[in-house]
Structures are given as C-alpha cells and as structure tokens.
Design a binder for this molecule. Structure first.
Ligand SMILES: Nc1nc2c(ncn2[C@@H]2O[C@H](COP(=O)(O)OP(=O)(O)O)[C@@H](O)[C@H]2O)c(=O)[nH]1
Ligand SMILES: [Mg+2]
Ligand SMILES: [Zn+2]
Length: 290
C-alpha cells in the first residue's frame, strides 16, 4: 500500500514520516534513493508503511518547491526572522538570512519579539523594512494573544523560525503550539541536560507546520554571486534604472539613483548593511577565482 506524507526528520538512516491520514511511520531509504536525492525534513514523500513494529520504506521524494542546504530543509514557504531588544539585535544576520531565503524562493517575515521590554524597536524595524517586501511584526512570546497576527501569517504554510540564540524562538513555538520545548531561560530537568535541537524536525499542530532547526548559525553568503545579493533587495528596483552606471551595484558608484533616493530615509539602514554583505560576497568571489 503506497501512502503520501511529509518527512518529519531523519536520524541515523531512519526517517520519520507523517502520512496525510495523520499516522506517523518509521522508514528506511534504499541507497539509490539517498544517493539520487538526500531526503530532507519537509520533503513530500511516497512510502510503503511497515506492518506492526517493522519499519517501512521511503519510496520516492516528490518534486520540491524550495530547498535550503544550510539548514537542510525542503519545501519551506515562510522563514520567520526573529529579533528582540535583548540580546542586541544582529540585523546583519537577519538581512543575510533574507538574501538566502529570497534566492531559494522562500518568503520572509521579520518578527520583533519581547515587545514588553521595548515596544519602540518593533516600530523602528518596521520602518527600516518598509520597502523590503517583508512584513515586520511586533510580538510578545509570553502572551498568546500577542502572537495572533504571527499565527495567522504562519497558518497553512511550512514555516521555519530563525534568529540569534536567546531572542525567544523556543518560547514563541511553545506559546503557539502549546508544546513543551525547552527554552534557554527556564531550567528543565532532562537526562541529557539542556535540550538542543541537533536535527531539523517538523512540528505539526493543526494549521501550524513548523520546522525546528538549529542550523541557521552556520550561514554565510559564500557561494552567492554578488549580483544575486543585489537582486535580493526589492528596495532597489524602483530606482536602479536611474543609476549612471548600468548595471550598478548601488555601492559607492557616482550618480547612483538608489543612494540618492534612499539616503536619509529609514530603509537606508538596510542599504548600508547590504553594502557589508556585498563586500562579503565579493571577498568570497575573489578567493574562489584566485
Ligand atoms: N520579556 C520577555 N522575555 C521573553 C520573551 N520571549 C522569550 N523571552 C525570554 O527570553 C529567553 C530566551 O528565550 P528562548 O525561547 O530560549 O530563546 P531562543 O534561544 O531563541 O530559543 C527566555 O528567558 C525567555 O523566557 C518575551 O516576549 N518577553
Ligand atoms: Mg531555543
Ligand atoms: Zn545604483
């Protein structure tokens, strides 16, 4: 009997899949299938479930809508970029993640958590991202009602939550899903001590489908061509036709219409960070071709 479902995780050659009828199965994958396409959390699959205690087989990986390699997840639709007043917001990390996501055709949403500590940060970030094509949402993970907007944005989409350690990712998931994921500030007694997510794992609760993954800290723009970094910024499109040099990287070129249009505005902060990411991508390009 062939069944379709979604891969929740894979550990040590065993995969866990959630069939569309709601049952979870343990599967193995044959060598050929794994060599052709490494199965990823989030993959839509066809499987032959096992009987009783016996594992079943992963038969086929259905075509993917998107793939991220670091962290390795498939079919992601919405990446939620979390920042907070504490720890000090790393906006460069947010923009780097947004570039990677846009290249993989994954939408992003900036989620400013801990609004109870600094309600102004959410407004400041919303102004900075006003032209970015990303919504910026102010939330408080300690208050379920203050997560309603986020819940609506996530509903029905395969989502992933990323951001610095301590911004409240686990707390957001806990409040949204009522699951008892371990959070950094709370001491939780487990056999292995503090819980760390090693593997991408798909959490499902009604309309919410969230991939819990640790891998975003390793992210760099190494391998992203500088022109693609530029093209990940919707801010530029409206003005780039007016730049004196064509094509223009909107870095420090004279007569750059993007620089002229955005200087002195809130979105300029993102343009300045873009120049840092551009330099990073150019460095990687130089090292590669040397
Ligand atoms: N004041 C406040 N604290 C929060 C909020 N969300 C999370 N925290 C706290 O921030 C700390 C880190 O949260 P955690 O979920 O472990 O962050 P993670 O590392 O991103 O998963 C914990 O002490 C949480 O209780 C919030 O909205 N307001
Ligand atoms: Mg956490
Ligand atoms: Zn320009």
């Amino acid at each position: 009997m062939m069944t379709q479902g979604t891969l929740l995780r894979g550990i040590g050659g065993f995969y866990t899949a959630l069939a569309d009828d709601g049952a979870a199965y343990t599967l193995r994958a044959r060598g050929k299938l794994r060599r052709d396409t490494a199965p990823l959390a989030g993959d839509r699959v066809e499987m032959t479930p096992g009987e009783g205690e016996r594992h079943g087989w992963l038969e086929r990986i259905l075509p993917r809508r998107s793939v991220l390699t670091r962290p390795p997840v498939a079919n992601l639709e919405l990446l939620i970029l979390v920042i907070a007043p504490i720890p000090d917001p790393d906006m460069l990390l947010i923009d780097r993640l947004a570039v990677i996501a846009r290249r993989a055709d994954v939408d992003c949403l900036v989620c400013v958590n801990k609004s109870d500590i600094d309600p102004a940060l959410g407004r400041r970030v919303a102004a900075e991202y006003a032209l970015s094509g990303m919504d910026a949402m102010s939330v408080c993970a300690l208050d379920a009602a203050a997560l309603d907007g986020l819940r609506r944005a996530m509903s029905g989409k395969l989502c992933c939550v990323a951001g610095q350690s301590g911004v409240g990712k686990s707390t957001i998931l806990n409040t949204l899903m009522g699951k008892n994921l371990k959070t950094g500030g709370v001491s939780v007694r487990t056999e292995r001590g503090r819980h760390t997510t090693r593997q991408a794992e798909l959490l499902i609760d009604g309309e919410l489908r969230i991939l819990d993954t640790p891998g975003f800290s390793l992210l760099t723009l190494d391998g992203v061509p500088s022109a693609e970094v530029r093209d990940a910024y919707p801010e530029f499109a409206e003005h780039s036709g007016g730049c004196r040099f064509q094509p223009c990287m909107h870095d420090r070129e004279p007569g750059c219409a993007v620089t002229a249009a955005l200087s002195g505005t809130a979105p300029q902060a993102r343009v300045e960070r873009y120049r840092l990411l551009l330099a990073e991508a150019r460095d990687a390009e130089r090292n590669r071709y040397r």
